[in-house]
Design a protein around this ligand. Structure first.
Ligand SMILES: Cc1cc2nc3c(=O)[nH]c(=O)nc-3n(C[C@H](O)[C@H](O)[C@H](O)COP(=O)(O)O)c2cc1C
Length: 357
């Protein structure tokens, strides 16, 4: 997939920006598993432009010179320009503007999905950011289906953004009022694809957690790539599997328990080395829950990890948990679980408590 004239993404699968989730350690793990492209979580243009340390700390380049994008939000042209320049300064290959966030505090500031009600302002923001970045850095937008069911304006909105200079559109097929409830609607993504010129890639987003979901999204909407958020939590293998499938090769299948434990250790190592500080234990606890999600007894593990006051204790609990699962697997002669299938909660390792994790 080509975004603008200069940016080529080999695998048409993107990691969705997710606040407090897609930090550098998580993006790195997904990149190591072959995701096509990653984007930072949304960063306030205002906070970046005034040099707020908490926000600038999240403005991180991918490791190893890998290409990455930065997502910004706001509604003041000058601040959006400043933020975009900062993104370019750290090497971003793309600047994405968030016009889909449904959160009350964001919408109250007339940012995020609120901009879907003001296409003219949205256009001025795209134009401002395009002006602020070099010609080889495409400006892209991620938005929703519309404000609510009575205002499903994604196709016209996307076209207006492209006219203002956006080089790629990502559509999450829910409305702002839906938040994360109900289902993401593939029909609206198809309508956006149909409305835009063919050289502008459209990325379909929403509820893709398996290979079948990916194939269905591509087929029913005609989208050029798929963006995956929640389905990647503790499941970066989905990217490795999709990379193969998207290239016409066979699906390598889900990971075994040892592999899952190895990647958990890698993720924790990245959290410790790249982040550190007082939030480390909190971040490691989240990783414990993600990598055990869907497995037998995951809920009990999560509760125990949350009660453990230190890192070494949390790590030891996860090691012990996986050792017991591996022993159980060999004793009962069970197959590796199918984490990413629609029947994940019926999998042989599921205790039925995976939904809570
Ligand atoms: C915890 C969380 C944080 C999110 N933060 C962002 C964000 O910073 N920027 C953004 O554009 N979307 C954000 N989203 C929305 C996701 O990018 C994505 O559109 C949504 O989760 C639907 O995709 P999925 O079903 O694959 O998760 C967030 C979603 C979640 C669950």
């Amino acid at each position: 997939m080509r975004i603008g004239e200069h940016l080529v993404v080999d695998t048409p699968v993107l990691l969705a920006p997710m606040a407090a989730v897609t930090d550098l350690p998580f993006r790195t793990v997904c990149e190591e598993f072959g995701v096509g492209f990653t984007i930072t979580e949304f960063l306030s243009a205002h906070a970046l432009s005034v040099g707020d340390p908490k926000t600038t700390g999240k403005l991180t380049a991918s490791l190893g010179g890998r290409k990455f994008g930065v997502q910004i939000f706001g509604r003041e042209e000058s601040m959006m320009e400043d933020a975009a320049r900062l993104a370019v300064k750290i090497g971003a290959s793309l600047v994405d503007i968030n016009m889909g966030c449904p959160a009350k505090r964001v919408v109250a500031g007339e940012c995020g999905s609120a901009l879907m009600r003001e296409p003219a302002i949205a256009q001025t923001l795209v134009r401002a950011v395009v002006r602020a970045v070099p010609a080889n850095v495409p400006v892209t937008v991620k938005h929703r289906a519309g404000w609510n069911q009575d205002n499903l304006n994604a196709p016209e909105f996307a076209l207006a953004l492209v006219e203002a200079g956006a080089k790629m559109i990502t559509v999450h097929g829910r409305t702002r009022t839906q938040g994360f409830s109900g289902k993401s609607d593939p029909n609206i993504i198809k309508l956006v694809r149909d409305a835009l010129p063919s050289h502008i890639p459209v990325v379909g987003n929403g509820d893709v957690i398996s290979i079948d979901d990916y194939l269905r999204m591509r087929e029913t909407t005609g989208c050029d790539a798929v963006m995956i958020g929640r389905g990647a939590l503790g499941n970066p293998w989905l990217f490795a599997r999709l990379k193969e499938v998207a290239s016409g090769r066979p699906d390598p299948g889900p990971p075994g328990l040892e592999e899952r434990l190895t990647v958990f250790r890698r993720h924790v190592e990245l959290i410790e080395t790249l982040k550190g500080g007082p939030r480390t234990l909190h971040e490691v606890r989240k990783a414990c829950a993600w990598y055990a999600r869907g497995l037998y007894g995951c809920n009990a593990l999560r509760l125990r990890v949350w009660e453990t006051p230190d890192l070494a204790g949390a790590r030891a609990l996860v090691e012990e948990y996986f050792a017991q699962l591996i022993e159980r697997q060999s004793r009962l002669g069970l197959e590796p679980e199918m984490r990413d299938s629609k029947t994940e909660s019926d999998g042989v390792f599921s205790s039925g408590d995976d939904q809570a994790a």
